[in-house]
Design a protein around this ligand. Structure first.
Ligand code: FAD
Ligand code: MLT
Ligand code: ZN
Length: 513
Protein backbone atom coordinates (compact mmCIF):
# COMPACT_ATOMS: atom_id res chain seq x y z
CA UNK A 1 0.00 0.00 0.00
CA UNK A 2 1.28 3.50 -0.81
CA UNK A 3 2.43 5.33 2.29
CA UNK A 4 2.12 9.09 2.34
CA UNK A 5 4.85 11.16 4.02
CA UNK A 6 4.41 12.80 7.41
CA UNK A 7 3.07 16.29 6.93
CA UNK A 8 3.74 19.21 9.25
CA UNK A 9 0.99 20.49 11.60
CA UNK A 10 -2.12 21.75 9.88
CA UNK A 11 -2.47 24.66 12.21
CA UNK A 12 -0.90 25.85 15.40
CA UNK A 13 -2.88 24.61 18.40
CA UNK A 14 -2.69 24.48 22.14
CA UNK A 15 -0.92 21.20 22.68
CA UNK A 16 2.37 20.59 24.35
CA UNK A 17 5.06 18.04 23.96
CA UNK A 18 5.53 15.55 26.78
CA UNK A 19 8.11 12.89 27.46
CA UNK A 20 8.53 10.04 25.00
CA UNK A 21 7.48 7.37 27.45
CA UNK A 22 4.67 7.19 29.99
CA UNK A 23 6.20 8.19 33.32
CA UNK A 24 6.14 5.32 35.80
CA UNK A 25 4.96 6.76 39.12
CA UNK A 26 6.50 5.74 42.43
CA UNK A 27 4.29 4.13 45.07
CA UNK A 28 2.56 6.90 47.00
CA UNK A 29 4.06 6.59 50.51
CA UNK A 30 0.93 8.09 52.10
CA UNK A 31 -0.90 4.81 51.44
CA UNK A 32 -0.84 2.28 54.28
CA UNK A 33 0.57 -1.23 53.93
CA UNK A 34 -1.89 -4.09 54.29
CA UNK A 35 -1.72 -5.86 57.68
CA UNK A 36 -3.10 -9.15 58.98
CA UNK A 37 -5.60 -7.10 61.00
CA UNK A 38 -6.93 -5.65 57.75
CA UNK A 39 -7.31 -9.13 56.28
CA UNK A 40 -9.15 -10.29 59.40
CA UNK A 41 -11.45 -7.27 59.16
CA UNK A 42 -12.29 -8.08 55.53
CA UNK A 43 -12.91 -11.74 56.41
CA UNK A 44 -15.34 -10.57 59.07
CA UNK A 45 -17.25 -8.49 56.51
CA UNK A 46 -17.09 -10.77 53.46
CA UNK A 47 -16.62 -14.23 54.94
CA UNK A 48 -13.63 -16.40 54.08
CA UNK A 49 -14.87 -16.95 50.49
CA UNK A 50 -14.87 -13.24 49.72
CA UNK A 51 -11.22 -12.73 50.68
CA UNK A 52 -8.70 -14.21 48.24
CA UNK A 53 -4.99 -14.51 49.07
CA UNK A 54 -4.20 -17.48 46.82
CA UNK A 55 -1.12 -16.68 44.70
CA UNK A 56 -2.48 -18.17 41.45
CA UNK A 57 -5.77 -16.27 41.66
CA UNK A 58 -3.92 -13.10 42.59
CA UNK A 59 -1.59 -13.51 39.61
CA UNK A 60 -4.62 -13.51 37.28
CA UNK A 61 -6.21 -10.50 38.97
CA UNK A 62 -2.91 -8.59 38.92
CA UNK A 63 -2.49 -9.01 35.15
CA UNK A 64 -4.44 -7.22 32.44
CA UNK A 65 -5.97 -8.84 29.33
CA UNK A 66 -2.98 -7.93 27.15
CA UNK A 67 -0.46 -9.25 29.71
CA UNK A 68 1.11 -5.81 29.52
CA UNK A 69 0.44 -4.39 32.99
CA UNK A 70 1.31 -6.28 36.17
CA UNK A 71 0.43 -5.31 39.73
CA UNK A 72 1.65 -6.75 43.00
CA UNK A 73 -1.53 -6.86 45.06
CA UNK A 74 -1.64 -9.37 47.88
CA UNK A 75 -5.41 -9.19 48.34
CA UNK A 76 -8.47 -9.72 46.15
CA UNK A 77 -11.88 -8.97 47.66
CA UNK A 78 -15.17 -10.25 46.22
CA UNK A 79 -18.16 -8.53 47.88
CA UNK A 80 -21.71 -9.83 47.33
CA UNK A 81 -23.71 -6.81 48.46
CA UNK A 82 -23.59 -3.02 48.32
CA UNK A 83 -23.40 -2.94 52.09
CA UNK A 84 -20.26 -5.07 51.97
CA UNK A 85 -18.70 -2.75 49.38
CA UNK A 86 -19.54 0.18 51.64
CA UNK A 87 -17.97 -1.41 54.75
CA UNK A 88 -14.85 -2.44 52.81
CA UNK A 89 -14.35 1.06 51.39
CA UNK A 90 -15.04 2.77 54.72
CA UNK A 91 -12.26 0.65 56.23
CA UNK A 92 -9.86 1.34 53.33
CA UNK A 93 -10.61 5.05 53.58
CA UNK A 94 -10.02 5.07 57.31
CA UNK A 95 -6.78 3.11 56.94
CA UNK A 96 -5.62 4.83 53.69
CA UNK A 97 -5.46 1.55 51.83
CA UNK A 98 -5.45 2.04 48.06
CA UNK A 99 -8.11 0.12 46.09
CA UNK A 100 -8.52 -0.90 42.44
CA UNK A 101 -12.13 -1.60 41.41
CA UNK A 102 -12.19 -4.47 38.93
CA UNK A 103 -14.86 -5.91 36.67
CA UNK A 104 -14.12 -8.48 33.95
CA UNK A 105 -10.53 -7.20 33.64
CA UNK A 106 -10.88 -6.85 29.87
CA UNK A 107 -9.87 -3.18 29.78
CA UNK A 108 -7.14 -2.20 27.34
CA UNK A 109 -5.40 0.67 29.18
CA UNK A 110 -4.32 -1.02 32.41
CA UNK A 111 -7.10 0.60 34.46
CA UNK A 112 -8.31 -2.57 36.17
CA UNK A 113 -5.02 -3.81 37.61
CA UNK A 114 -2.92 -2.34 40.42
CA UNK A 115 0.45 -0.73 39.86
CA UNK A 116 1.72 -1.70 43.30
CA UNK A 117 0.00 -3.33 46.28
CA UNK A 118 -3.49 -1.82 45.91
CA UNK A 119 -6.32 -4.02 47.16
CA UNK A 120 -8.32 -5.42 44.23
CA UNK A 121 -12.10 -5.10 44.67
CA UNK A 122 -13.73 -7.36 42.10
CA UNK A 123 -17.48 -6.96 41.57
CA UNK A 124 -18.00 -10.32 39.82
CA UNK A 125 -20.00 -11.86 42.68
CA UNK A 126 -22.62 -9.09 42.46
CA UNK A 127 -24.33 -10.50 39.37
CA UNK A 128 -28.08 -10.37 39.99
CA UNK A 129 -30.67 -8.96 37.60
CA UNK A 130 -32.74 -6.84 39.97
CA UNK A 131 -35.71 -5.99 37.74
CA UNK A 132 -36.83 -5.64 34.15
CA UNK A 133 -39.83 -3.71 32.89
CA UNK A 134 -41.04 -5.25 29.62
CA UNK A 135 -43.04 -2.14 28.71
CA UNK A 136 -40.37 0.53 29.11
CA UNK A 137 -37.40 -1.79 28.49
CA UNK A 138 -35.72 -0.51 31.65
CA UNK A 139 -33.35 -2.98 33.28
CA UNK A 140 -31.86 -2.77 36.77
CA UNK A 141 -28.92 -5.05 37.44
CA UNK A 142 -25.92 -5.39 39.69
CA UNK A 143 -22.54 -4.18 38.45
CA UNK A 144 -20.93 -7.62 38.24
CA UNK A 145 -23.38 -8.99 35.65
CA UNK A 146 -21.53 -10.19 32.55
CA UNK A 147 -22.63 -8.33 29.42
CA UNK A 148 -23.28 -11.46 27.34
CA UNK A 149 -25.46 -12.99 30.07
CA UNK A 150 -27.50 -9.82 30.44
CA UNK A 151 -27.93 -9.68 26.68
CA UNK A 152 -29.14 -13.31 26.64
CA UNK A 153 -31.62 -12.51 29.45
CA UNK A 154 -32.92 -9.55 27.46
CA UNK A 155 -33.09 -11.52 24.18
CA UNK A 156 -35.48 -14.01 25.81
CA UNK A 157 -37.77 -11.06 26.49
CA UNK A 158 -37.43 -9.45 23.05
CA UNK A 159 -34.90 -6.78 23.99
CA UNK A 160 -31.20 -6.14 23.46
CA UNK A 161 -28.49 -4.49 25.54
CA UNK A 162 -27.61 -1.13 23.91
CA UNK A 163 -23.90 -2.06 23.91
CA UNK A 164 -22.04 -4.90 22.24
CA UNK A 165 -18.31 -5.58 22.12
CA UNK A 166 -15.84 -8.36 21.50
CA UNK A 167 -15.18 -8.86 25.23
CA UNK A 168 -18.89 -9.44 25.98
CA UNK A 169 -18.21 -12.91 27.41
CA UNK A 170 -16.13 -11.50 30.26
CA UNK A 171 -16.71 -7.77 30.68
CA UNK A 172 -19.18 -6.63 33.31
CA UNK A 173 -21.86 -3.95 33.25
CA UNK A 174 -20.04 -2.00 35.99
CA UNK A 175 -16.84 -2.10 33.94
CA UNK A 176 -18.73 -1.09 30.79
CA UNK A 177 -20.24 1.89 32.57
CA UNK A 178 -16.99 2.86 34.29
CA UNK A 179 -15.17 2.91 30.92
CA UNK A 180 -18.17 4.35 29.06
CA UNK A 181 -17.52 1.57 26.55
CA UNK A 182 -18.49 2.40 22.97
CA UNK A 183 -18.45 -0.85 21.06
CA UNK A 184 -20.01 -2.02 17.86
CA UNK A 185 -23.43 -0.32 17.91
CA UNK A 186 -22.88 3.12 19.37
CA UNK A 187 -23.79 4.44 15.92
CA UNK A 188 -27.31 3.14 16.49
CA UNK A 189 -27.97 3.17 20.24
CA UNK A 190 -25.73 6.03 21.34
CA UNK A 191 -23.36 6.23 24.28
CA UNK A 192 -23.92 4.89 27.79
CA UNK A 193 -24.16 8.52 28.91
CA UNK A 194 -27.60 8.41 27.32
CA UNK A 195 -28.63 4.85 28.11
CA UNK A 196 -27.67 4.70 31.79
CA UNK A 197 -30.72 6.11 33.58
CA UNK A 198 -29.53 5.62 37.13
CA UNK A 199 -26.68 4.30 39.23
CA UNK A 200 -25.97 3.16 42.73
CA UNK A 201 -22.40 4.07 43.61
CA UNK A 202 -20.26 3.67 46.71
CA UNK A 203 -17.86 6.54 47.33
CA UNK A 204 -14.33 6.14 48.66
CA UNK A 205 -15.41 6.71 52.28
CA UNK A 206 -18.18 4.09 52.06
CA UNK A 207 -21.07 6.50 51.45
CA UNK A 208 -23.72 4.91 49.24
CA UNK A 209 -25.01 7.40 46.64
CA UNK A 210 -28.42 6.40 45.33
CA UNK A 211 -29.22 7.82 41.90
CA UNK A 212 -30.82 4.56 40.81
CA UNK A 213 -33.76 6.22 39.04
CA UNK A 214 -35.62 4.32 36.35
CA UNK A 215 -36.94 7.40 34.58
CA UNK A 216 -36.18 8.64 31.11
CA UNK A 217 -36.56 12.25 32.17
CA UNK A 218 -35.29 13.71 35.43
CA UNK A 219 -34.20 17.33 35.46
CA UNK A 220 -33.68 17.71 39.18
CA UNK A 221 -30.42 19.57 39.21
CA UNK A 222 -26.97 18.22 38.42
CA UNK A 223 -26.89 14.81 36.77
CA UNK A 224 -24.27 13.44 39.16
CA UNK A 225 -24.41 9.85 37.90
CA UNK A 226 -22.68 10.99 34.70
CA UNK A 227 -19.46 11.51 36.69
CA UNK A 228 -19.24 7.76 37.17
CA UNK A 229 -19.97 6.90 33.53
CA UNK A 230 -16.40 6.80 32.26
CA UNK A 231 -15.03 7.50 35.76
CA UNK A 232 -12.73 4.45 35.43
CA UNK A 233 -13.16 3.56 39.10
CA UNK A 234 -11.44 6.72 40.30
CA UNK A 235 -14.51 8.45 41.76
CA UNK A 236 -16.63 5.62 43.15
CA UNK A 237 -17.53 1.96 42.81
CA UNK A 238 -20.62 1.28 40.70
CA UNK A 239 -22.76 -1.37 42.41
CA UNK A 240 -26.08 -1.21 40.49
CA UNK A 241 -27.30 0.35 37.26
CA UNK A 242 -30.60 1.16 35.56
CA UNK A 243 -30.31 0.92 31.79
CA UNK A 244 -32.67 1.71 28.96
CA UNK A 245 -32.71 -1.24 26.56
CA UNK A 246 -34.16 -1.13 23.02
CA UNK A 247 -36.37 -3.83 21.47
CA UNK A 248 -34.55 -6.61 19.65
CA UNK A 249 -34.67 -6.07 15.90
CA UNK A 250 -36.74 -8.58 13.90
CA UNK A 251 -34.82 -8.07 10.66
CA UNK A 252 -31.03 -8.06 10.89
CA UNK A 253 -28.83 -7.95 7.79
CA UNK A 254 -25.05 -8.06 7.74
CA UNK A 255 -22.72 -7.56 4.78
CA UNK A 256 -18.97 -7.54 4.32
CA UNK A 257 -17.87 -5.21 1.54
CA UNK A 258 -14.45 -4.63 -0.01
CA UNK A 259 -13.18 -1.24 -1.18
CA UNK A 260 -10.18 -0.26 -3.26
CA UNK A 261 -9.31 2.80 -1.16
CA UNK A 262 -10.14 4.44 2.16
CA UNK A 263 -11.73 7.27 0.20
CA UNK A 264 -14.15 4.73 -1.28
CA UNK A 265 -14.89 3.45 2.24
CA UNK A 266 -15.87 6.99 3.23
CA UNK A 267 -18.10 7.33 0.17
CA UNK A 268 -19.73 4.02 1.07
CA UNK A 269 -20.39 5.37 4.58
CA UNK A 270 -22.07 8.45 3.15
CA UNK A 271 -24.21 6.25 0.89
CA UNK A 272 -25.07 3.92 3.78
CA UNK A 273 -26.36 6.82 5.85
CA UNK A 274 -28.38 8.08 2.90
CA UNK A 275 -29.86 4.78 1.73
CA UNK A 276 -30.01 2.62 4.89
CA UNK A 277 -30.97 5.56 7.08
CA UNK A 278 -32.61 4.73 10.37
CA UNK A 279 -32.01 0.94 10.17
CA UNK A 280 -28.20 1.28 9.94
CA UNK A 281 -26.86 -0.28 13.15
CA UNK A 282 -23.12 -0.76 12.57
CA UNK A 283 -20.54 0.56 10.16
CA UNK A 284 -17.15 -0.98 10.97
CA UNK A 285 -13.93 -1.08 8.98
CA UNK A 286 -10.61 -2.90 8.91
CA UNK A 287 -7.64 -2.97 6.59
CA UNK A 288 -6.21 -5.98 4.77
CA UNK A 289 -3.43 -6.52 7.31
CA UNK A 290 -6.09 -7.00 9.99
CA UNK A 291 -7.84 -9.60 7.85
CA UNK A 292 -4.53 -11.37 7.20
CA UNK A 293 -3.89 -11.53 10.95
CA UNK A 294 -7.35 -12.97 11.61
CA UNK A 295 -6.84 -15.60 8.87
CA UNK A 296 -3.40 -16.43 10.32
CA UNK A 297 -4.60 -16.90 13.90
CA UNK A 298 -8.10 -18.34 13.36
CA UNK A 299 -7.78 -21.47 11.24
CA UNK A 300 -11.58 -21.87 11.00
CA UNK A 301 -12.01 -18.50 9.27
CA UNK A 302 -11.61 -18.31 5.48
CA UNK A 303 -11.15 -15.17 3.37
CA UNK A 304 -14.79 -14.31 2.59
CA UNK A 305 -13.86 -12.07 -0.37
CA UNK A 306 -10.90 -13.47 -2.29
CA UNK A 307 -9.99 -11.29 -5.33
CA UNK A 308 -12.26 -12.09 -8.26
CA UNK A 309 -9.40 -12.48 -10.75
CA UNK A 310 -6.54 -14.93 -10.24
CA UNK A 311 -3.34 -13.14 -9.25
CA UNK A 312 -5.11 -9.85 -8.48
CA UNK A 313 -3.98 -8.17 -5.24
CA UNK A 314 -6.30 -8.51 -2.23
CA UNK A 315 -8.62 -5.63 -1.44
CA UNK A 316 -7.02 -3.10 0.93
CA UNK A 317 -10.17 -2.14 2.93
CA UNK A 318 -13.20 -3.98 4.29
CA UNK A 319 -16.48 -2.72 5.69
CA UNK A 320 -18.84 -4.60 7.95
CA UNK A 321 -22.25 -3.04 7.55
CA UNK A 322 -25.27 -4.08 9.63
CA UNK A 323 -28.89 -3.02 9.63
CA UNK A 324 -31.41 -3.79 12.34
CA UNK A 325 -35.03 -3.10 11.54
CA UNK A 326 -38.51 -4.45 12.05
CA UNK A 327 -39.48 -5.41 8.50
CA UNK A 328 -37.28 -7.57 6.24
CA UNK A 329 -39.05 -6.48 3.05
CA UNK A 330 -38.60 -2.82 3.89
CA UNK A 331 -34.94 -3.34 4.83
CA UNK A 332 -34.20 -5.43 1.72
CA UNK A 333 -35.45 -2.58 -0.46
CA UNK A 334 -33.08 -0.24 1.37
CA UNK A 335 -30.19 -2.66 0.91
CA UNK A 336 -30.93 -2.92 -2.81
CA UNK A 337 -30.78 0.87 -3.10
CA UNK A 338 -27.57 1.05 -1.07
CA UNK A 339 -25.78 -1.71 -2.97
CA UNK A 340 -26.87 -0.27 -6.29
CA UNK A 341 -25.51 3.16 -5.35
CA UNK A 342 -22.29 1.62 -3.93
CA UNK A 343 -21.69 -0.52 -7.01
CA UNK A 344 -22.15 2.41 -9.34
CA UNK A 345 -18.77 4.07 -9.71
CA UNK A 346 -17.24 0.96 -8.12
CA UNK A 347 -17.30 2.46 -4.63
CA UNK A 348 -17.52 -1.12 -3.48
CA UNK A 349 -15.47 -3.71 -5.39
CA UNK A 350 -16.90 -6.90 -3.95
CA UNK A 351 -19.19 -8.01 -1.17
CA UNK A 352 -21.10 -10.77 0.54
CA UNK A 353 -24.40 -10.59 2.41
CA UNK A 354 -25.09 -13.08 5.19
CA UNK A 355 -28.04 -15.33 4.35
CA UNK A 356 -28.78 -16.36 7.93
CA UNK A 357 -27.82 -15.65 11.53
CA UNK A 358 -24.95 -18.16 11.38
CA UNK A 359 -23.36 -16.43 8.40
CA UNK A 360 -23.88 -13.05 10.03
CA UNK A 361 -22.08 -14.32 13.14
CA UNK A 362 -19.28 -15.58 10.87
CA UNK A 363 -18.78 -12.12 9.40
CA UNK A 364 -18.85 -10.52 12.85
CA UNK A 365 -16.28 -13.12 14.03
CA UNK A 366 -13.78 -11.62 11.58
CA UNK A 367 -14.25 -8.09 12.90
CA UNK A 368 -14.37 -9.18 16.55
CA UNK A 369 -11.38 -11.51 16.06
CA UNK A 370 -8.95 -8.70 15.22
CA UNK A 371 -8.08 -7.81 18.83
CA UNK A 372 -7.30 -11.40 19.78
CA UNK A 373 -5.34 -12.01 16.55
CA UNK A 374 -3.15 -8.99 17.25
CA UNK A 375 -2.58 -10.22 20.80
CA UNK A 376 -1.49 -13.62 19.46
CA UNK A 377 0.81 -12.09 16.87
CA UNK A 378 3.33 -10.53 19.26
CA UNK A 379 3.19 -7.41 21.35
CA UNK A 380 0.81 -4.59 20.49
CA UNK A 381 1.01 -0.84 20.94
CA UNK A 382 -2.69 -0.05 21.14
CA UNK A 383 -4.15 3.35 20.39
CA UNK A 384 -7.78 4.39 20.29
CA UNK A 385 -8.43 7.72 18.63
CA UNK A 386 -11.41 9.85 17.70
CA UNK A 387 -10.58 11.70 14.51
CA UNK A 388 -12.41 13.50 11.74
CA UNK A 389 -13.29 10.55 9.47
CA UNK A 390 -11.56 12.05 6.45
CA UNK A 391 -8.17 12.04 8.28
CA UNK A 392 -8.69 8.74 10.01
CA UNK A 393 -6.65 6.30 7.94
CA UNK A 394 -3.86 8.76 7.13
CA UNK A 395 -2.68 8.29 10.70
CA UNK A 396 -2.10 4.58 10.02
CA UNK A 397 -0.14 5.37 6.86
CA UNK A 398 1.91 8.09 8.54
CA UNK A 399 2.62 5.78 11.47
CA UNK A 400 3.91 3.03 9.19
CA UNK A 401 6.08 5.58 7.43
CA UNK A 402 7.46 6.78 10.75
CA UNK A 403 8.22 3.41 12.34
CA UNK A 404 9.59 1.74 9.19
CA UNK A 405 10.62 -1.87 9.80
CA UNK A 406 10.28 -1.63 13.61
CA UNK A 407 6.62 -2.71 13.48
CA UNK A 408 3.47 -3.13 11.41
CA UNK A 409 0.76 -0.47 11.73
CA UNK A 410 -2.83 -1.63 11.22
CA UNK A 411 -6.12 0.23 11.32
CA UNK A 412 -9.63 -0.88 12.20
CA UNK A 413 -12.52 0.41 14.22
CA UNK A 414 -15.86 2.05 14.37
CA UNK A 415 -15.79 4.14 11.20
CA UNK A 416 -19.40 5.17 11.78
CA UNK A 417 -18.29 6.85 15.03
CA UNK A 418 -15.03 8.34 13.70
CA UNK A 419 -13.11 5.94 15.99
CA UNK A 420 -9.82 4.53 14.73
CA UNK A 421 -8.01 1.70 16.51
CA UNK A 422 -4.42 2.21 15.42
CA UNK A 423 -2.43 -0.83 16.53
CA UNK A 424 1.26 -1.44 15.99
CA UNK A 425 2.27 -5.07 16.05
CA UNK A 426 5.88 -5.91 16.87
CA UNK A 427 7.85 -8.96 18.03
CA UNK A 428 8.68 -7.32 21.39
CA UNK A 429 8.24 -4.05 23.27
CA UNK A 430 11.21 -1.80 22.59
CA UNK A 431 12.25 1.68 23.66
CA UNK A 432 13.20 2.47 20.06
CA UNK A 433 9.72 1.73 18.73
CA UNK A 434 7.99 3.43 21.62
CA UNK A 435 10.10 6.55 21.10
CA UNK A 436 9.11 6.62 17.42
CA UNK A 437 5.44 6.35 18.36
CA UNK A 438 5.07 8.59 21.39
CA UNK A 439 4.47 11.43 21.82
CA UNK A 440 4.34 11.82 18.02
CA UNK A 441 1.09 9.86 17.69
CA UNK A 442 -0.60 12.02 20.34
CA UNK A 443 0.69 15.19 18.70
CA UNK A 444 -0.67 14.04 15.34
CA UNK A 445 -4.07 13.49 16.95
CA UNK A 446 -4.05 16.87 18.69
CA UNK A 447 -3.09 18.60 15.44
CA UNK A 448 -6.10 17.01 13.77
CA UNK A 449 -8.37 18.01 16.66
CA UNK A 450 -8.92 14.41 17.70
CA UNK A 451 -9.17 12.67 21.06
CA UNK A 452 -6.44 10.38 22.44
CA UNK A 453 -9.15 8.08 23.77
CA UNK A 454 -12.38 7.48 21.92
CA UNK A 455 -13.62 4.60 24.07
CA UNK A 456 -10.96 2.66 26.02
CA UNK A 457 -10.26 5.41 28.56
CA UNK A 458 -6.98 6.56 30.08
CA UNK A 459 -6.23 3.95 32.75
CA UNK A 460 -2.53 3.84 33.57
CA UNK A 461 -1.54 4.11 29.90
CA UNK A 462 -2.51 7.67 29.09
CA UNK A 463 -2.81 10.06 32.06
CA UNK A 464 0.45 11.75 31.02
CA UNK A 465 -1.02 12.39 27.56
CA UNK A 466 -4.36 13.78 28.73
CA UNK A 467 -3.30 17.35 27.95
CA UNK A 468 -3.25 16.55 24.24
CA UNK A 469 -7.04 16.25 24.40
CA UNK A 470 -8.22 18.33 27.36
CA UNK A 471 -7.70 21.91 28.35
CA UNK A 472 -5.85 22.60 31.62
CA UNK A 473 -8.99 24.21 33.03
CA UNK A 474 -10.99 21.01 32.42
CA UNK A 475 -8.24 18.84 33.93
CA UNK A 476 -8.13 21.07 37.01
CA UNK A 477 -11.91 20.68 37.40
CA UNK A 478 -11.52 16.90 37.07
CA UNK A 479 -8.84 16.98 39.80
CA UNK A 480 -11.13 19.08 42.04
CA UNK A 481 -13.94 16.55 41.63
CA UNK A 482 -11.51 13.76 42.46
CA UNK A 483 -10.42 15.56 45.64
CA UNK A 484 -14.06 16.17 46.60
CA UNK A 485 -15.24 12.60 46.14
CA UNK A 486 -12.07 10.80 47.18
CA UNK A 487 -10.10 13.19 49.42
CA UNK A 488 -7.54 10.55 50.36
CA UNK A 489 -7.09 9.46 46.77
CA UNK A 490 -7.51 5.75 47.57
CA UNK A 491 -9.65 4.85 44.54
CA UNK A 492 -7.65 3.64 41.56
CA UNK A 493 -4.61 5.82 42.23
CA UNK A 494 -2.07 6.62 39.47
CA UNK A 495 -4.85 6.35 36.85
CA UNK A 496 -6.70 8.88 34.65
CA UNK A 497 -5.39 12.13 36.17
CA UNK A 498 -1.84 13.27 35.50
CA UNK A 499 0.37 13.71 38.57
CA UNK A 500 -2.51 13.06 40.93
CA UNK A 501 -0.18 12.04 43.77
CA UNK A 502 1.64 15.35 43.43
CA UNK A 503 -1.62 17.26 43.59
CA UNK A 504 -2.72 15.32 46.67
CA UNK A 505 0.58 16.07 48.39
CA UNK A 506 0.18 19.73 47.55
CA UNK A 507 -3.36 19.76 48.97
CA UNK A 508 -2.40 18.03 52.19
CA UNK A 509 0.59 20.37 52.60
CA UNK A 510 -1.74 23.35 52.10
CA UNK A 511 -4.16 21.92 54.68
CA UNK A 512 -1.34 21.46 57.19
CA UNK A 513 -0.23 25.09 56.99
P1 FAD B 1 -12.36 -3.82 33.74
O1 FAD B 1 -11.39 -4.03 32.66
O2 FAD B 1 -12.31 -4.76 34.89
O3 FAD B 1 -12.20 -2.33 34.31
C1 FAD B 1 -12.13 -1.25 33.44
C2 FAD B 1 -12.10 0.05 34.27
O4 FAD B 1 -13.33 0.22 34.96
C3 FAD B 1 -11.02 0.07 35.35
O5 FAD B 1 -10.55 1.37 35.49
C4 FAD B 1 -11.75 -0.36 36.60
O6 FAD B 1 -11.15 0.15 37.77
C5 FAD B 1 -13.12 0.21 36.39
N1 FAD B 1 -14.23 -0.58 36.95
C6 FAD B 1 -14.58 -1.85 36.63
N2 FAD B 1 -15.71 -2.18 37.30
C7 FAD B 1 -16.04 -1.11 38.06
C8 FAD B 1 -17.11 -0.82 38.96
N3 FAD B 1 -18.07 -1.71 39.23
N4 FAD B 1 -17.14 0.39 39.54
C9 FAD B 1 -16.18 1.32 39.29
N5 FAD B 1 -15.16 1.10 38.45
C10 FAD B 1 -15.11 -0.10 37.84
N6 FAD B 1 -14.00 -1.35 24.70
C11 FAD B 1 -14.81 -0.55 23.98
O7 FAD B 1 -15.12 0.56 24.43
N7 FAD B 1 -15.31 -0.93 22.77
C12 FAD B 1 -15.02 -2.13 22.21
O8 FAD B 1 -15.47 -2.44 21.11
C13 FAD B 1 -14.18 -3.01 22.95
N8 FAD B 1 -13.88 -4.24 22.46
C14 FAD B 1 -13.04 -5.04 23.15
C15 FAD B 1 -12.73 -6.28 22.62
C16 FAD B 1 -11.86 -7.12 23.28
C17 FAD B 1 -11.52 -8.47 22.69
C18 FAD B 1 -11.28 -6.72 24.52
C19 FAD B 1 -10.34 -7.61 25.28
C20 FAD B 1 -11.59 -5.48 25.06
C21 FAD B 1 -12.47 -4.64 24.39
N9 FAD B 1 -12.82 -3.38 24.91
C22 FAD B 1 -13.66 -2.57 24.20
C23 FAD B 1 -12.27 -2.93 26.19
C24 FAD B 1 -13.07 -3.46 27.43
O9 FAD B 1 -13.71 -4.65 27.15
C25 FAD B 1 -14.08 -2.44 27.88
O10 FAD B 1 -13.39 -1.31 28.36
C26 FAD B 1 -15.03 -2.93 28.97
O11 FAD B 1 -16.04 -1.98 29.16
C27 FAD B 1 -14.33 -3.19 30.31
O12 FAD B 1 -15.21 -3.88 31.16
P2 FAD B 1 -14.64 -4.81 32.32
O13 FAD B 1 -15.77 -5.30 33.15
O14 FAD B 1 -13.73 -5.82 31.78
O15 FAD B 1 -13.82 -3.74 33.17
C1 MLT C 1 -12.55 -3.09 19.05
O1 MLT C 1 -13.20 -2.21 18.51
O2 MLT C 1 -12.30 -4.16 18.46
C2 MLT C 1 -12.13 -2.89 20.46
O3 MLT C 1 -12.22 -1.59 20.88
C3 MLT C 1 -10.87 -3.57 20.87
C4 MLT C 1 -9.64 -3.09 20.20
O4 MLT C 1 -9.44 -1.89 20.05
O5 MLT C 1 -8.81 -3.92 19.83
ZN1 ZN D 1 -13.45 -0.43 19.63
Amino acid sequence: MAVSPWTPPLQSQQWRSYSASAPVPARDPSFAQLTSDDVRFFQGVLGLGGVVTDDDLLAVANTDWMNKYHGKSKLLLRPRTTEQVSRVLAHCHERRLAVVPQGGNSGLVGGSVPLFDEVILNLGAMDRIVSFDEVSGILVCEAGCILEKVDAYLAERGFVFPLDLGAKGSCQIGGNISTNAGGLRLLRYGSLHGNVLGLEVVLADGTVVDTLKTLRKDNTGYDVKQLFVGGEGTLGVVTQAAILTPPKARAVNVALLACASFQDALTAFRLAKQELGEVLSAFEFFDRTCLDLVLKHHSAIRDPLPPEEDGAPPYPFYLLVETAGSNQEHDSAKWDAFLEAASAGEVVQNGTIAQDAGQAAGLWAIREGITESLAKNGVVYKYDFSLPVTDLYRLVEDTQQRIGPLGVAVGYGHLGDGNLHLNVSAPAYSDALRARLEPWVYEWTAQHRGSISAEHGLGQMKPHALRYSKADSAIELMASLKRLLDPRGILNPYKVLPDEADKRDATSKKQQT
